[in-house]
Design a protein around this ligand. Structure first.
Ligand SMILES: NC(=O)c1ccc[n+]([C@@H]2O[C@H](COP(=O)([O-])OP(=O)(O)OC[C@H]3O[C@@H](n4cnc5c(N)ncnc54)[C@H](OP(=O)(O)O)[C@@H]3O)[C@@H](O)[C@H]2O)c1
Length: 287
């Protein structure tokens, strides 16, 4: 039975990482969460985490692959029919396609955009009529610091996140008069499956015949050492705070690494900035 004051949240990519942890934070804080995931066989991790917080009853797990564009409106309409409203939509599902842009195929780039851009666009558009009727609602887009600063070797990912940032900035202004809050969350590197289980690398970049292969190897060694340090619960807790803020800011940067990169990009002359980035990620010299 739905309590009158219970807020309804919908989240994509709830089987892992930020999506799983945000579902737990929201449920523990009293939200009714419709936690969607593309593969229900992976729900046991979420189920275990919810049990530990005594929050299982607050979560309704449903299947949703955000690249299945034709299915999305039906899934969202059914949620609205079942719960009557959507107070919070967290567009979180995503992955990173690695590879030098010279090597990444158009097909791979399109695949990156299908999930990280078009998937979120279609889910959001499906939720907007309910929020328009309500004259309220929060839409949180999990983008990345890579959506503010073009990142080498994950340029396809950066491009998809830049696209989502531009779309969301425009949407925010359009929805202001309707009381709907569109917010960008821009994390740096956090420990989730995006770096291993879900990482995708363009096969051409991995081919020793690629002229970029040695630089790709050095980048990979650097990236594997650098990432997976911060606790992803920070981002889940941030999303809960945003959900609880009636008029949130447009952007929330998360993580010291993200702040440092943004400050360097903002403050340094571009030529200095790009030299530092190339050197840091070990792609500044050819072999
Ligand atoms: N971790 C970081 O350092 C970091 C930094 C900046 C931004 N982000 C962003 O944070 C978001 C969440 O990623 P994460 O770090 O939590 O990684 P993650 O642990 O790999 O989680 C990604 C989630 O997205 C789901 N997913 C992928 N493609 C999907 C699709 N087509 N339809 C539905 N679900 C799909 C995955 O499902 P499966 O479990 O089935 O694979 C998984 O639940 C992404 O948008 C990512 O770009 C992450």
């Amino acid at each position: 039975m739905l309590a009158m004051s219970e807020k309804i949240a919908v989240i994509t990519g709830a089987s892992s990482g930020f999506g799983l942890l945000t579902t737990v934070e929201l449920a523990a804080a009293g939200y009714r969460v419709v936690a969607t995931m593309r593969n229900l066989e992976r729900r046991h991790l979420l189920d275990d985490a919810l049990r530990q917080k005594n929050a299982s009853a607050k979560v309704d797990v449903r299947p949703l692959d955000i690249t299945n564009i034709a299915a999305i409106p039906g899934v969202i309409d059914k949620i609205v029919a079942d719960y009557g409203r959507i107070d919070l939509l967290v567009n979180n599902a995503g992955f990173a396609m690695a590879g030098f842009l010279e090597d990444v195929t158009l097909e791979e780039l399109r695949r990156q955009f299908e999930t990280n851009f078009f998937g979120h666009v279609v889910v959001t558009k499906a939720a907007l009529p309910a929020m328009r009727r309500q004259r309220s609602g929060h839409i949180v887009m999990v983008t990345s610091i890579g959506g503010r600063c073009g990142s080498p070797v994950i340029g396809s990912y950066s491009a998809s996140k830049f696209a989502l940032e531009g779309w969301s900035e425009s949407l925010r202004i359009e929805m202001q008069a309707l009381g709907v809050q569109v917010v960008l969350v821009e994390p740096g590197a956090y420990k989730t499956d995006i770096w291993d289980r879900n990482s995708q690398i363009s096969p051409v970049t991995l081919d020793p015949a690629s002229p970029n292969y040695p630089r790709a190897r050095r980048f990979s060694d650097y990236a594997l050492k650098q990432v997976h340090k911060r606790d992803a619960r920070e981002v889940a807790q941030l999303i809960l705070r945003i959900a609880e803020t009636p008029k949130p800011k447009m952007r929330y940067v998360a993580g010291t690494d993200a702040w440092i990169q943004l400050l360097l990009k903002t403050l340094l002359p571009w030529r200095t900035y790009e030299r530092i980035i190339a050197k840091t990620v070990k792609i500044d010299r050819l072999d």
